[in-house]
Design a protein around this ligand. Structure first.
Ligand SMILES: [Zn+2]
Length: 190
């Protein structure tokens, strides 16, 4: 049976208040919006030459994500290309911060489900998409240590969404059909 969930409802309790970046000074960066050609580019691998930049990128992604949460009451993860840096790095803040460098995803089975997706690059627009229920993500952490995480349900679809940004794919391009885009009110009571 297909499930259809409004993702933001599930996150609202976790999003109360602003979580400060621990000891790092980041900047709230402009989030590229739907239609900006840079969102449709394929990003490059992060290399050892980027090591010095990673801390700065992560601090900026953190502050940008927290600012978005304060404004819209939603947002658990952000992709580096969304702030105009075409490198393969994702940042997620759930129970703690997670940095995914050069991630690769695989899907252990074909089971999919439908949900209402949203994106920091188009606040207020919801898109019905179909995602794999289960996924495995292989990546390197901030120290370039290889890691693997098994994902199910909302974390699985979240990281499929974020991974797509690295390949220049937006959720609008994954709409289940061309009538499955909806304008909604994103600002919610916290
Ligand atoms: Zn997005």
């Amino acid at each position: 049976m297909l499930q259809c969930q409004w993702r933001s409802h599930y996150y609202i309790l976790a999003l109360k208040g602003t979580i400060k970046a621990g000891g790092r000074n980041g900047m709230i960066r402009e989030i590229l919006k739907l239609g900006d050609s840079r969102l449709y580019e394929i990003s490059e691998e992060v290399t050892k030459d980027d090591t010095d930049m990673i801390r700065e990128w992560v601090a900026d992604l953190h502050d940008t994500l927290m600012d978005y949460r304060e404004t819209y009451g939603a947002g658990r993860a952000v992709a580096l290309p969304q702030i105009g840096v075409a490198k393969r790095l994702l940042y997620m803040y759930t129970d703690r911060p997670y940095v995914f460098i050069n991630p690769a995803m695989e899907f252990p089975d074909d089971e999919k489900y439908e949900l209402m997706d949203d994106c920091m690059s188009f606040p207020g627009l919801m898109v019905k998409v179909s995602r794999y229920k289960r996924a495995v993500i292989h990546y390197m952490d901030e120290e370039f240590k290889p890691r693997t995480m098994e994902l199910e349900g909302d974390l699985s679809e979240l990281l499929q969404h974020e991974y797509d940004h690295l390949d220049g794919i937006l959720a609008t391009m994954r709409a289940v059909d061309n009538k499955s885009l909806y304008m909604g009110q994103m600002k919610r009571e916290l």
